[in-house]
Ligand binder design. Structure first.
Ligand code: ZN
Length: 322
């Protein structure tokens, strides 16, 4: 199988009551960890590249790494997606450069300007066999160069979604229902604390999601900022010399619930970073004399694989759906 678009993936996910994981890739170990897990569990998967990843690793390296993963895992569908494209030119460059899906994120612009830019990208993408994700509403948090201050976020207005999808022709829609980018998704003031003193974030706005689904029956919805920030990794980081107090994410049960509804794509990035960083810190603490990058990147890659396998089985529900 060569790289595919998300069209067929989303149709099956919508009908089957599960979601496809969209994991951010920045280097070889991350690509391998994700796709080995998806391959072994026979799950479709989306590998996504941000503007920051392209700046770090270079477009060609990332595309070739993903092509290698496709060759090594011929039994599963893999899509290559641009995460948070902010201009027509960036989207065009990825469409021309081998991506099968792009996101145009014009959600910080006015409703009219968002429609105009999204439509322009859709026209170019569709003419080249590529699909487009758009966004309505804004998430709080930090993702590469996308920074939205807490308090400046805005839930998606369900009354706008039909007109937006109609006028733009986009293939999927990212909505804001309370997820957030980064490993510090909520301030302590927004949360309560459980018996162990761990922050418990406010619940996702399922009422907004349900209202969007009602207005867009059969249409794939996307959730960004959906890492769960597993406390085992936060603990590991803090135990071995790190300092990440009060890092908190979206509870996995809520994501599982969203995946059973119209949410067909769930974005996960911070959990990959945490799994790698926690395990590398642990490795160095336990082996202060080691200096071969293969020695510490091997457990980091394994941690990504185990984390992704857990998401596929218990959060996304996409195992066996390739
Ligand atoms: Zn995002």
């Amino acid at each position: 199988m060569s790289l595919v678009t998300t069209t067929e993936m989303f149709k099956k996910a919508y009908d089957g009551g599960y979601a496809v994981g969209a994991f951010n890739v920045n280097n070889m170990e991350i690509v391998q960890g994700i796709t080995e897990a998806a391959g072994e569990l026979n799950s479709p998967v989306i590998l996504q590249v941000s503007k920051g990843a392209r700046a770090y690793a270079n477009h060609t390296y990332l595309v070739k790494l993903v092509e290698a993963a496709v060759e090594e895992n011929p039994q599963i569908p893999i899509a290559l997606h641009l995460d948070h494209g902010d201009t027509f030119e960036l989207c065009k460059s990825c469409i021309d450069g081998g991506f099968t899906s792009v996101m145009i994120d014009a959600s910080s612009k006015s409703f009219e300007d968002n429609i105009a830019l999204t439509k322009q990208v859709v026209e170019y993408a569709h003419a080249h066999g590529v699909v487009v994700e758009a966004e309505l509403g804004t998430l709080a948090g930090i993702e590469d160069e996308v920074v939205v201050e807490a308090g400046k976020e805005a839930y998606t207005r369900p009354e706008e979604v039909e007109e937006f999808v109609d006028k733009t022709g986009c293939d999927s829609l990212a909505i804001a229902i309370g997820t957030s980018h980064g490993a510090y998704k909520f301030t302590a003031a927004q949360c309560t604390r459980n018996a162990d003193g761990i922050l418990v974030p406010p619940p996702l706005r399922f009422d907004v999601l349900e209202e969007c689904i009602k207005r867009l029956p059969g249409f794939p919805i996307v959730l960004h900022g959906s890492s769960s920030v597993p406390q085992e990794f936060v603990k590991m980081v803090n135990q071995y010399g790190g300092n990440m107090p009060d890092a908190v994410g979206i509870p996995e049960e809520q994501l599982r619930q969203a995946a059973k509804l119209a949410v067909c794509k769930i974005n996960i990035d911070s959990d990959i970073r945490l799994a790698m960083t926690g395990n590398i810190r642990k490795y160095f603490a336990e082996h202060p004399d080691h200096f071969d990058p293969r020695q510490y990147l091997k457990p980091a890659r394994q941690a990504v694989k185990d984390m992704v396998a857990h998401k596929i089985k218990y959060v996304l529900g996409s195992d066996g759906k390739a």
